[in-house]
Design a protein around this ligand. Structure first.
Ligand code: SF4
Length: 370
């Protein structure tokens, strides 16, 4: 099976007609339901639902507290290499951008891990650009083994792999996978992924499923908002999550909706996604998928992130660096980050803010006992 077959059917829906025709009455009807259908999700993502953001936010808050308590799990990205063979128009690491590329040695990864672990952080996300030549599976596996000495939970955001390759990384200690489809609209996908293996839309779409098949415990999917109509993109993301949840009941499926940030290059996103739209999408996700985690990165501004804590977000990065060796290398802060960060507060500052809001910052919620 593949979500691609579902996508092929869903993409034929008359989205624009639906979005124009849904009324206030439709939104009120959906807000009174406890279990939502895909059509109900479209109602919550429609322009009509913009009149009900307060009600959606209240319901989203209640459902989040019911399923997750007042907790925010914290994690940080750790970039170990930025070599990439793809040309994605929206990313600084694109192969067409010229800067001095880096790849950390095992000794450098250990130094980076020590620096990051000092904050007390226990969950990390390991990132590379996408290049099987520069960062082959054995390099990633060796890196994981080093990082596992410091962090009980290690997730990866690297080039998509085959199932048996993911199994090798699970054996090395990986328990989480982050892979964004970037844009579900297949035509838009081809237009922003100009060159490289990432042009294979279907292989990327099946990646979360291969990760689940390999036994990865947490799988986080998402769309990069700005590349196409955010209402449709949010809909496909939620439907993809629902599909995975129904087939891989042991996996913890979560979602993200990052917005495009400034980066190297001239690319201008075709769709502007305002704060209120992101709030609408996040609260619609929560109402449709009450048990799914929702991750928010430092791409968003501090005051906006602080408010989203109440509205459905369950996981945040804090004090993040998006450049290779950004926590320990002597030239940290002078390299090329993957994208610009909006929330530059330290890990300790974000932790304090979460406590002040009456929530518990969770540094560790899982460890494999062997
Ligand atoms: S988005 Fe990923 S694959 Fe695309 S250029 Fe950036 S690092 Fe490479």
């Amino acid at each position: 099976m593949s979500f691609y077959y579902e996508y092929e059917k869903l993409k034929e829906l008359p989205f624009q007609q639906y979005f124009q025709e849904f009324s206030n009455l439709d939104v009120k009807r959906v807000l009174n339901k406890s279990k939502l259908s895909p059509e109900d999700l479209l109602v919550l993502l429609s322009p009509a639902a913009e009149n009900f953001i307060e009600e959606m936010a209240q319901k989203s808050h209640e459902l989040t507290v019911q399923h997750f308590g007042k907790t925010i799990q914290l994690f940080n990205p750790i970039y170990i290499a930025d070599h990439c063979v793809n040309h994605c128009t929206y990313c600084s690491f694109s192969v067409v951008n010229h800067f001095e590329r880096k790849k950390l040695s095992m000794a450098e990864i250990e130094v980076e891990a020590k620096a990051l672990a000092e904050s007390g952080l226990k969950h990390i996300l390991v990132l590379t650009g996408e290049s099987k030549t520069h960062t082959p599976v054995h390099y990633i596996a060796d890196s994981i083994k080093v990082l596992k000495k410091y962090f009980p939970s290690v997730a990866i955001e690297i080039n998509p792999l085959d199932t048996d390759e993911y199994k090798q990384l699970v054996d090395a200690g990986v328990d989480g996978l982050v892979v964004y489809q970037e844009v579900y609209n297949e035509e838009a996908y081809k237009s922003v992924h100009i060159k490289g293996p990432k042009r294979d839309y279907r292989y990327r779409m099946d990646t979360p499923e291969r990760g689940c098949e390999a036994g990865i415990r947490q799988v986080n999917i998402g769309a990069l908002l700005g590349l196409d109509d955010w209402r449709k993109e949010a809909f496909f993301t939620a439907m993809h999550a629902k599909y995975l949840q129904s087939r891989y009941i042991d996996a913890d499926i979560s979602l993200s909706l990052p917005r495009i940030r400034p980066h190297l290059g001239e690319y201008e996103p075709p769709s502007i996604v305002e704060d209120r739209h992101l709030v609408q999408a996040i609260t619609a996700f929560r109402l449709f998928l009450p048990r799914s985690g929702i991750t928010l990165s430092t791409r968003e501004r501090p005051e906006f992130r602080d408010n989203l804590i109440y509205l459905g977000v369950t996981k945040m990065s804090a004090g993040a660096s998006t450049e290779v060796g950004g926590y320990s290398q002597c030239d940290a802060g002078t390299g090329t980050p993957q994208f610009d960060i909006s929330d530059e507060r330290s890990f300790a500052e974000v932790k304090k803010m979460i406590k002040e809001k009456g929530y518990q910052p969770v540094l560790k919620d899982w460890e494999l006992l062997v």
